[in-house]
Design a protein around this ligand. Sequence first.
Ligand code: GLP
Length: 234
Amino acid sequence: MNVLVAKTANDAERIAYTLIKERISGKHDFVLGLATGSTPVGMYQMFKQDALDCSHVTSVNLDEYIGLSPEHPQSYNRFMKDRLFDEVPFKQSHLPKGDASDPEAEAARYEGLVRTLGVDLQLLGIGENGHIAFNEPGTALDAKTHVTELTESTREANRRFFDRLEDVPTHAITMGLDTIMNAREIVLVAIGERKAEAVQHMIESVPTVDWPATILQAHPGVTVVLDEAAVSRC
Ligand code: GLP
């Protein structure tokens, strides 16, 4: 695990963005795994400011809430359109369909798609409880894309995007830990003091299902980019 510590959040975003830009540029075809949440927003802003050419890049997102249509303002489909895709054209972009009539079948379809495409680089954030994508504590290390029930702490952490806690979906479709580990390269970005405990476990704990991000220690191509606040417990 290659750990880079930047002075500020903006510096961390710049480092991660530059790394992604280097990987994408000059390639004929590239499959980029993207993430949602507040962490990647600054990086997506940099994609836009740079007018980064992504016309040869296929994107696959990590997850989507179950029960929200792609047009729903809080869906991850909509998030990606508003934050990135409307301004930066990609060759193709994929997210799970949160309003699929059979979520289990949709998870299986998405797993097949991600495996077939093969992710060159996966961008990740981290939840306060150490989740990656929506792989909550206790998720099997060999999990494929699946339907998951969100923990109360994750719903609470994400309620800031919704009017009320009751509006935060209870379930999601998420790439599994094994799906994520199959990416050739992984870049995880964590910013701020509220991520410090999860970051400490990710880097220092023996791999455990209690802190899902610890699985990344076993991947040969992981870069973790942190600001000073996120590393304050290490
Ligand atoms: C959600 C997403 C994760 C993301 C996490 C942290 O739970 N499913 O992919 O890493 O939020 O979000 P934030 O960056 O807003 O702290």
